[in-house]
Design a protein around this ligand. Structure first.
Ligand code: IPT
Length: 269
């Protein structure tokens, strides 16, 4: 049996951990996985990559690429009758999906820093071209608004540690620097912590940093990172199980939402 995985850049930690879990789980089921990695997420590149996977007679395809609703719906139509499962779409997209609850993740991080008494909270979002990055950002804003707060500053990075470093320098340059920074992923949080260290700002003594993902390295940052855990291994495994045993096509769409958890480590106080 053969499955396809259409993925965004595997140099990023989260997609590589998902791919790893997908490979292992499929291996246990004696299924092979053909991986196609996209550098560009435009409609034409996605559609061409999907066509190549379908030509290799895969039984189903897992799509871990950030996609707008219409783009995802179009790919699902193109693949008919081969089932597709999307990991990075909004819950408005009329496709089969398995997505982590971004609103919950954002709320958990906001509540955590508020409970530590912080009021000046800065946001470092992911790229605005990513549905999940936008969902996390709007979740932060909604949770802050509930506490009658606005972020004291905000920036957007591109998921890389380098962008976290660069944007953190902007956030820290404000005359009244933030007491906490919420970061849309752990790789950017790594760059944030480096910027803090360079400016002699103690984490968590002078500023709290919360990440998002809990990739395998995050417990080894210095200090160990407080972060929102997305259980990538579970997501990868469940996706493979779904694709090897997809529900009846006549039934309604499967839209599975996975809960996330806050992992408290030492980067917040
Ligand atoms: C999302 C990660 O949280 C982020 O760090 C980045 O790696 C991104 O993927 C790449 O697309 S997780 C995704 C399943 C929404």
């Amino acid at each position: 049996r053969t499955l396809g995985l259409l993925t965004t850049d595997l140099a990023l930690h989260a997609p590589s951990q998902i791919a790893s879990a997908v490979k292992s789980r499929a291996g246990l089921a004696s299924a092979s996985v053909i991986i196609s990695m996209l550098e560009q997420h435009d409609a034409a590149s996605c559609s061409a990559a999907l066509q190549e996977l379908l030509a290799q007679r895969v039984e189903g395809v897992l799509i871990n690429v950030p996609l707008e609703d219409a783009q995802a719906e179009q790919l699902a139509a193109q693949a008919q009758p081969t089932p597709l499962l999307f990991l990075d779409v909004s819950d408005k997209a009329a496709v089969n999906s398995l997505v982590f609850d971004a609103e919950q993740g954002a709320r958990l991080s906001v509540e955590h820093v508020l409970s530590q008494g912080h009021q000046r909270i800065a946001l470092l979002g992911g790229p605005q071209s990513s549905v999940s990055a936008r969902a996390r950002f709007s979740g932060w804003l909604a949770a802050l608004a509930q506490a009658k707060l606005n972020p004291c500053a905000s920036e957007y990075g591109d998921w890389s540690a380098a962008s976290g470093y660069e944007k953190a320098h902007l956030l820290l340059a404000h005359p009244r620097p933030p007491q906490a920074i919420l970061v849309a992923n752990d790789q950017m949080a790594l760059g944030v912590m480096r910027a803090c260290a360079e400016k002699g700002i103690d984490v968590p003594g002078q500023i709290s940093v919360v990440g998002y993902d809990d990739t395998a390295d995050s417990a080894w940052f210095s200090p160990p990172l407080t972060t929102v855990r997305q259980a990538f291994k579970d997501a990868g495994e469940r996706s493979v199980d779904w694709l090897l045993n997809p529900p009846d096509r006549e039934l309604a769409l499967s839209q599975i939402r996975l809960p996330v958890t806050l992992i408290e480590r030492l980067s917040t106080a």
